[in-house]
Design a protein around this ligand. Structure first.
Ligand code: PLP
Length: 456
C-alpha cells in the first residue's frame, strides 16, 4: 500500500509488535568461531556461563533457530513504547538537497531514551523466571544502566550498576534516573571489587572504561548466589533481542513502498546496529534484495576499522571467556570522549564475523564532525540525538551526500538509537569549542594489542 506522499511518520499498532526475535545465526554462510575458556583454550559450555546467566539466555546465545518466541510478559512491557516510529527525514533531505530518501527508526521513545530496554526487559524477565533477585551490570553512557534499572523496577529485581567514572561525572542526571527506578549506581573503578581496587592502586585517577566496569559487575555476580550479570551489548542474545527494531522497520518500509539500498547504525558493542541491520542481512542471505550495511564507530575507539580480529577478553580484569572479535586489546582504555556508549575495546563477535565475511562495511568518524551532524539533524528534524547516535546520523548524511554526487535517489535507513536529553553537557562543550578529536599512532595501537592472549 503506497502511503500519502507527505507522510513523515510510519507507525504500527501494538498488535504488530514482533512475536519472535530474529536469529541471524540461522542464515550465516558459516558460524562464528566459538567462545573459549581462557584456562583450557577449549570451547565453553553452558555450565561455564551458568553462574552469570539464566539457562534460557545461555540457550539463546547458542541457538541456531531462525525465530525465537518473545514471551508474552516481555511483549506486554514492550507495549509501553513499541512499535517505535519510522520517520521519513524529509526536512533533512531538503537541507542536504539530496535525491536520497532517508528513513530513520527512532528508539529514543523508550522510557530510558534508547534501544537498550529491548534487551533489558528480556534479560530481567528470564532472570526473574530463574529465581534471581539481583542483577549486576556496567554502564557507559548511562543508557544501559537506566534501561536495566527500569526493567528491574517493572519486574521486581534489585539492580547494581557500575558506571564508568568519566560518564558518572559527566552525567549526574543519568545516575539520578537509575536511582529513581530503585537501582544502586557506583562509579567504576570502585573499591567494592578486587578488579576495581587493582586499577585504582595503579591509576588512582582512572577515568574507567566499559572493560573495567564489566569486570566489576561480573565479579559481584560470580561471588553472590542471588546475583546474576547482565550485559548491555556484545553477546549474541543481546543482539538477538534488539532485532525487534529491524523487524518493525521491515514492516514499516512496506508502507512506504521503498526498500533500503543502505542501512546505517552506530557501533559500540554492536547491539543497536545488529537490531536494525540483521533482519535486512538475513533477508539478503535468503535471496532478498541486496543492501549495503555500514557500521559507524568513533575514531577514538576504532575496533572495527583499526582493531585486530583475534581472540580476546571481553573485560579488562580478564574474568570473561575469550571471544573472537575485532579488538583494540582488553587493556586499551579509550580517552574520555563524549560518546560513552562507544568506548568499548572490542566488538560483538557476530558483528566482527560479518565484517570478516565482507557482509558489512565499517567507517570511523571524529566526535566534532559527529556533533555537527547531530546539531544539523536537530535543527531540521527536531530530535537531538545521543552522542553515540550522532555517528549514525553522520554516516547517513555522508551516504545521502554520496547519492547526491552520483545523482541517484538511493534509499537510506538508519537507526536513531537514542535521544541526547541527558547529554547536554556534551552539547554545551561542543558549542563552547571544548571538544577535541582523538586519534592514535599505529605504534600505540600495536602496544595495546601486544597483550592479546595466546590461543593455539
Ligand atoms: C544511545 C546509545 N547508542 C549506542 C550505544 C552503543 O551500544 P551498542 O553498540 O550496543 O548499541 C549505546 C551504549 O551505551 C547508547 O547508549
Amino acid at each position: 500500500m503506497a502511503a500519502d506522499p507527505e507522510t513523515l511518520k510510519y507507525t504500527l499498532p501494538e498488535d504488530r509488535i514482533p512475536r519472535q526475535w530474529y536469529n541471524l545465526a540461522a542464515d550465516l554462510p558459516e558460524p562464528p568461531p566459538p567462545p573459549l575458556h581462557p584456562g583450557t583454550g577449549q570451547p565453553i559450555g553452558p555450565d561455564d556461563l551458568a553462574p552469570l546467566f539464566p539457562m534460557a539466555l545461555i540457550g539463546q546465545e547458542v541457538s541456531q533457530e531462525r525465530e525465537i518466541p518473545i514471551p508474552d510478559p516481555v511483549r506486554d512491557i514492550y507495549r509501553l513504547w513499541r512499535p517505535t516510529p519510522l520517520y521519513r527525514a524529509r526536512r533533512l533531505e531538503r537541507f542536504l538537497d539530496t535525491p536520497a530518501r532517508i528513513y530513520y527508526k527512532y528508539e529514543g521513545v523508550s522510557p530510558a531514551g534508547s534501544h537498550k530496554p529491548n534487551t533489558a526487559v528480556a534479560q530481567a524477565y528470564y532472570n526473574k523466571e530463574a529465581g534471581i533477585t539481583r542483577i549486576a551490570t556496567e554502564t557507559g553512557a548511562g543508557q544501559w544502566g537506566s534501561a536495566l534499572a527500569f526493567a528491574g523496577a517493572l519486574l521486581g529485581l534489585q539492580v547494581d550498576v557500575y558506571m564508568v567514572r568519566v560518564s558518572f561525572d559527566q552525567k549526574p542526571y543519568r545516575r539520578a534516573l537509575m536511582e529513581s527506578y530503585g537501582a544502586r549506581c557506583v562509579a567504576s573503578p570502585s573499591d567494592e571489587t578486587a578488579a576495581g581496587r587493582k586499577i585504582l592502586a595503579e591509576h588512582p585517577d582512572s577515568t574507567g572504561s566499559l572493560g573495567i566496569a564489566i569486570s566489576e559487575a561480573v565479579e559481584m555476580a560470580a561471588k553472590r548466589e542471588d546475583t546474576h550479570y547482565a550485559l548491555g551489548s556484545v553477546l549474541n542474545h543481546v543482539l538477538l533481542h534488539q532485532t525487534v527494531i529491524g523487524e518493525e522497520a521491515v514492516a514499516q518500509l512496506e508502507q512506504t513502498g521503498d526498500y533500503p539500498d543502505v542501512v546505517v547504525g552506530c557501533t559500540g558493542g554492536g547491539s543497536n546496529f545488529a537490531g536494525i541491520a540483521f533482519p535486512f542481512i538475513g533477508a539478503m542471505r535468503r535471496g532478498g534484495s541486496k543492501v549495503r550495511v555500514v557500521a559507524c564507530e568513533p575514531v577514538a575507539c576504532p575496533s572495527l576499522t583499526r582493531g585486530t580480529y583475534a581472540y580476546d577478553f571481553g573485560d579488562t580484569g580478564h574474568l570473561t571467556p575469550l571471544v573472537k572479535m575485532h579488538t583494540l586489546g582488553s587493556e586499551f582504555i579509550p580517552p574520555g570522549f563524549h560518546a560513552g556508549g562507544l568506548r568499548y575495546h572490542g566488538m560483538a563477535p557476530l558483528v566482527s564475523h560479518l565484517l570478516n565475511l565482507g557482509l558489512i562495511e565499517a567507517v570511523a568518524y571524529n566526535q566534532v564532525e559527529c556533533f555537527k551532524a547531530g546539531v544539523d539533524f536537530a535543527r531540521v528534524e527536531g530530535v537531538l540525538p545521543a552522542p553515540e547516535a550522532n555517528h549514525a546520523v553522520k554516516g547517513a548524511i555522508d551516504e545521502a551526500l554520496k547519492a547526491k554526487q552520483a545523482g541517484e535517489a538511493r534509499v537510506i535507513l538508519f537507526n536513531l538509537c537514542g535521544h541526547g536529553h541527558f547529554d547536554m553537557q556534551a552539547y554545551a562543550d561542543y558549542f563552547a569549542g571544548k571538544l577535541t578529536d582523538h586519534s592514535y599512532a599505529e605504534a600505540d595501537l600495536q602496544a595495546a594489542l601486544a597483550h592479546l592472549p595466546k590461543v593455539a
